[in-house]
Every structure is written in C-alpha cells, then in structure tokens.
Design a protein around this ligand. Structure first.
Ligand SMILES: [Zn+2]
Length: 482
C-alpha cells in the first residue's frame, strides 16, 4: 500500500473521501438501478421511514445443511424446532435466496460480503468498504449515527473481524484490525460486544495505544468479563470484549467452567445490546453475528458447527422477542454471508436407516475438533490420539483411524482433494465415519444463501435478492436520505 493511502487510513475519512462517498451513494440512490435491477421493487413510500429499529443477523459461513442440521439436532436433543425454521413454519418471515457475489468472485469472503450490505458496493474480497484504488465508501453505521440513530455491533468473533467491520469501518485489507479498532473509538458506535481484546490492549498493540482507556475516557462502560458487563441500567454506551481473540466455540464454552463464568453467550450479548439500545428511546441499527459457525466449517468440525448454529439460533430467539414487541417499526433480517464447506447429514447404513443414530452420537460430545487438535501434535502416539478423541466424544476411535490421523499430524497423509490432507480435515473426514456428517471441503462456497426478513421493507423481497440491495433498502426503511 502506498504511503498516501496509509496516510488517508490513519486519519480515517478525509474530506475528499466523504465527497466521493456522497457522489457514489448519490448515484446509487438516484439511479435506483442498483437497488431495483435484480429483484427489489421500488417501495413507492410504502415502508419509507417506518423502520425505527433494524436488526441484521448473520450466521457467518452457514451452508444450507448447517441450518438443517441445527434444526434436526434441536428437535432430537431439545424437543423443539430451531427458531429460524419455526419462523418458516409459522410463515412469520419472508424467505428467499441472496446472491452474495463480490467485486471479483462468486465465492465471497466475509469482508467483501459484509461490505456489500454495509455500503451497497461489490468490492474485492478482503477489502472493507474500500475499492482497490483506496476510495472509501461510507458504511451504514456511521450514516445512521450522524442521522441521530444508535448503533451496535455484537459478534462471537473479534469485534474487529470482517463482518462487523463491513457495517462500520473502512480499511484496504481486513487484516488491519488495529486500524479498525481505532475507527471504532473514533466513530463512537454505541454498543460493541464480542472478542478480540488484543486490538485494544496497550500491551499487545504495536503502537502501544490503550484503547480501553480511550473508551473509558469517552464515558463508555468497559467490560472484560460477564460480571463487569452486568445488566443494562437504562441506556449506557458499552464496550465489552471478553477474550483475547474470538469467543470460544459454544460446545467448549459449555464444558469449561471458567468460560461459563466469565464469557457471555451470543444470546446474552444480544439481549444486553437490544435492552440498552431500546432504553435510549432513539431508533437504532444493530448487527449480530454468529461468527464461529464459519470457523467450525473451515475446520470440518460437525459438533462445533451445529452447537454454534444453535447458539446463533438462541440469539434469534432474543431478537425475535424484541421484533414481536415492535413489529410495526422493526426491520428484522437473518441471513449468512456465504456457504462454507457445505456439510450435510449423509445417508448411513442399509436403506439409509442409520443416519439419525449416527447423528445422535454428537449429543454426547463435550468438546470440538479444535479442542481435540490443541492437545495433539506430530509426536502424539496412537494411544494418545484414541484417548483424546474419547475424552471429546465418548466414542472409541479405531486404531486404523488413529493411525490415519497420526499420519495427518506428521504431514504424511495423502488425500485426493489436496485440502483434505490438512490434519484438522483428516480428523473431520474420519469423524464422518462416526456421525455421518460430511463436508465437501473446508472453504467458502458460491451458493446462493438463505435469507429471511420481517417488518417494514421485507414485503418487497422476491425469491432472490442481490446483496447490494440491502444498503438502499435499510436506508429507505429507516427514512434516511444520503
Ligand atoms: Zn470464512
């Protein structure tokens, strides 16, 4: 990156960028071609300004099979449908597909995907609300803020990760997370909750800047544990990060007493954010992300994936509860930014009759594949591997399978599809023999994604929506003109 560009980034938005943003968004709104070219008809004022509240929920990297398996597990283990599928059964939401193509690929990354919603532009994978020439597009959270609305980001990833940043920040590359943290402090979003203390911590940041002190000086409640977060008491600007990096996988969280004590769940964070925002009396926009669904899919980790999708579903319950109390003035959206690894429950046994018994074994798992791999390395013996697998799953790994994983750990495993030779993926594929959940790979996919919406603006949705439509739709629903 040129020094000129990095100069612009350090100072955040400069005037030139704002003018450019104005021109571009003017083009966007004026032409109405972008917003309506694909599938979203003009509102004719039917919902304009009707959405005082916007709740935009993203299960990151959720393939269709993930949605189905979380529902199936929820029914089999807890005796009830997932909330997402229940909303379909009750016809409480409009459902469709969304085309998440980015500026350079039909396979999106989370940065360009979230930016397509955040600024209405299809940009290059890896960028956050910026084109390749360094032109910045003003994202939706700052726009809402200067129009008097409250703003919030809630995620189970680092708060500076691509999906929340796509609604709020401008950087050339998603990895510039310290710069994103600087922008959060400068732009003063009202509620920021998730993981990733390392980007705010003077002891860890390269520039030694203490952003925790920065938020405290600006009058924020600053929380590092569940206890410090407490309950909202009226409206209070809140900055809470509860882990150094991402929040833990839900399954590991549930079986680790320290994490249960100190780290809130995504549903708890969502409830806190919605309650405090509501207490302000102002309108708001909130993005809620279940981030670790994506990470579990990258790891071909069925248990990690299903229980994080269920944790996201718990956050949907919280948000839907808010929606039901304010249905006339809330635009409610649940979606994902791309498929990932496309897992499914596959047929098992004679006549396909054993799939559910295989699937039900996951209910006895206490830790994720990621947890398992943290205790193994190239020196692990077959006995070590069998013991570690047994601790996490209560299942007996065969010696043949343990030997394959040992080869994987030593970099000696051969796979026909090269990415499946990665040790984590060897474990993921081996696990398929026990659970009948199998993955096509361990990377993002080009699938049209699931989309559900309710409230003012959702009536316009057709069977397929273009990702960039959402920027204009949210502004129009909130009655904000750019
Ligand atoms: Zn991903």
């Amino acid at each position: 990156m040129s020094s000129k560009k990095s100069q612009d980034l350090k100072s955040g938005f400069n005037r030139r960028d704002f003018l450019k943003v104005g021109a571009l968004t003017g083009l966007f709104a004026g032409a109405s071609g972008v917003a309506s070219a694909c599938s979203t008809p003009a509102s004719n004022g039917r919902f304009q300004g009707k959405a005082k509240y916007i709740i935009f929920m993203v299960s990151d990297g959720m393939s269709h099979g993930t949605l189905q398996m979380a529902d199936l597990m929820s029914r089999r283990q807890y005796g009830r449908a997932s909330k997402w599928i229940e909303l379909y059964e009750q016809r409480a939401v409009t459902r469709g597909l969304m085309d998440m193509t980015t500026g350079n690929s039909s396979v999106p990354d989370s940065a360009a995907a979230a930016s397509s919603w955040g600024c209405g532009q299809r940009i290059t994978n890896g960028n956050i609300n910026m084109d390749d020439d360094g032109n910045a597009f003003e994202p939706i959270l700052p726009i809402f803020k200067r129009n008097g609305r409250k703003t919030a980001l809630v995620t189970s990833a680092e708060v500076t990760h691509a999906t929340p940043a796509g609604f709020s920040a401008n950087v050339a590359r998603r990895g510039m997370q310290d710069e994103i943290a600087d922008q959060y402090l400068e732009r003063e979003f009202d509620v920021i909750l998730g993981g990733g203390s390392r980007h705010f911590d003077a002891g860890v940041r390269e520039d030694g800047r203490d952003l925790f002190a920065g938020f405290a000086e600006k009058g924020y409640k600053v929380a590092r544990t569940k206890n410090e977060l407490g309950q909202p008491n009226g409206f209070q600007r809140t900055f809470g990060v509860f882990t150094e990096r991402h929040l833990p996988y839900q399954l590991d969280h549930d079986n680790t007493p320290d994490l249960v004590r100190d780290v809130p769940t995504l549903a708890e964070l969502s409830k806190y954010a919605l309650d405090t925002l509501k207490a302000s009396g102002d309108g708001f926009i909130i993005q809620i992300e279940g981030a670790r669904v994506d990470h579990a899919a990258h790891s071909m980790d069925a248990a990690g994936l299903i229980y994080d999708q269920i944790a996201f579903d718990e956050a949907i319950r919280v948000a839907w509860d808010f929606y039901e109390r304010h249905a006339d003035e809330t635009l409610f959206v649940i979606t994902t930014d791309h498929g990932n690894a496309n897992p499914s429950l596959n047929a098992a046994g004679r006549g396909y009759n054993d799939s559910e018994p295989f699937f039900d074994r996951i209910q006895s798992f206490t830790y994720t594949n990621n947890w398992m791999m943290r205790g193994l390395n190239e020196d692990s013996s077959v006995a070590d591997i069998i013991a570690r697998f047994g601790t996490a799953t209560s299942l007996d790994l065969t010696r043949d399978h343990a030997r394959m994983l040992q080869q994987g750990l030593r970099g000696e495993f051969q796979a026909a599809y090269a990415m499946k030779a990665r040790p984590m993926n060897v474990l993921g594929d081996l696990m398929s023999n026990y659970t009948s959940v199998a993955f096509t790979g361990s990377v993002h996919t080009a699938d049209y994604v699931e989309l559900a919406a309710a409230g003012p603006g959702s009536q316009t949705l057709g069977p397929i929506t273009r990702n960039t439509d959402w920027f204009g739709l949210m502004l129009e629903a909130a009655g904000i003109e750019v």
